[in-house]
Design a protein around this ligand. Structure first.
Ligand SMILES: CC(C)(COP(=O)(O)OP(=O)(O)OC[C@H]1O[C@@H](n2cnc3c(N)ncnc32)[C@H](O)[C@@H]1OP(=O)(O)O)[C@@H](O)C(=O)NCCC(=O)NCCS
Length: 175
């Protein structure tokens, strides 16, 4: 299974991973808007703490934020290859644009099936959260992401403001 919970023991890997992205999109990492990675050990620890807090439903979040479970995508040797975020619910923005699930794979490890495997596991974890289906979106011109979603059973509903919106049935772990 490719998804791991964020942990404090991967700081050197974090530096390597962020260097690989080279300023590119970190979808699903929890770095959003103007937030960029702080590459110090303290910055790393603070980021991990924030990710874990956002997934903890006992912690109240600021208005407008929804709880979100963050995962790190790993390969068969447990090397860190990407990020995935699974939002527990949708607010207005997420319903229109962001969807339940976001992800990215480090450039040097793309086209090896990691996004496909990660999204498949995320759909099982979404079922564990009680979701029957998940909304997954991508930019209209993001062929790689559209193919990833479709390969995991996503069915295109419509395109709003250049975002393709797909719904995928979640997959309970006992199926
Ligand atoms: C989108 C992304 C996550 C795909 O990751 P990946 O690990 O390379 O994807 P996979 O190897 O699992 O491939 C999944 C599907 O996409 C296809 N695919 C992957 N990259 C592709 C590309 N550049 N062009 C065309 N198809 C592509 C694969 O062939 C596969 O389709 P198939 O099952 O029909 O053969 C990755 O390109 C990425 O991180 N992009 C930047 C961030 C991003 O766009 N995130 C998504 C935001 S919605």
């Amino acid at each position: 299974m490719p998804l791991r919970f964020p942990s404090l023991d991967r700081y050197p890997d974090f530096l390597d991973l962020i260097a690989d992205f080279d300023g590119g999109s970190l979808d699903g990492s929890g770095f959003w808007g103007d937030h960029r990675p702080v590459l110090t050990p303290e910055g790393y620890r603070a980021w991990v703490a924030t990710l874990l807090a956002e997934g903890n439903t006992e912690i109240e979040l600021p208005a407008g934020r929804v709880h979100c479970s963050y995962f790190w995508i790993t390969d068969a040797d447990d090397a860190w290859v990407g990020f995935l975020a699974l939002r527990h619910t949708l607010n207005d923005f997420l319903f229109e644009q962001g969807g339940h699930i976001g992800y990215s794979v480090r450039p040097s490890r793309r086209r090896e099936g990691h996004a496909h495997s990660a999204l498949r596991e995320a759909l099982t974890r979404a079922a564990d959260l009680g979701l029957d289906r998940a909304l997954i979106t991508c930019d209209d011109d993001n062929v790689a992401s559209a193919r990833t979603i479709e390969s995991c059973g996503g069915v295109w509903e419509d395109t709003r403001s250049d975002k393709r919106r797909y719904w995928a049935a979640t997959t309970p772990s006992d199926r």
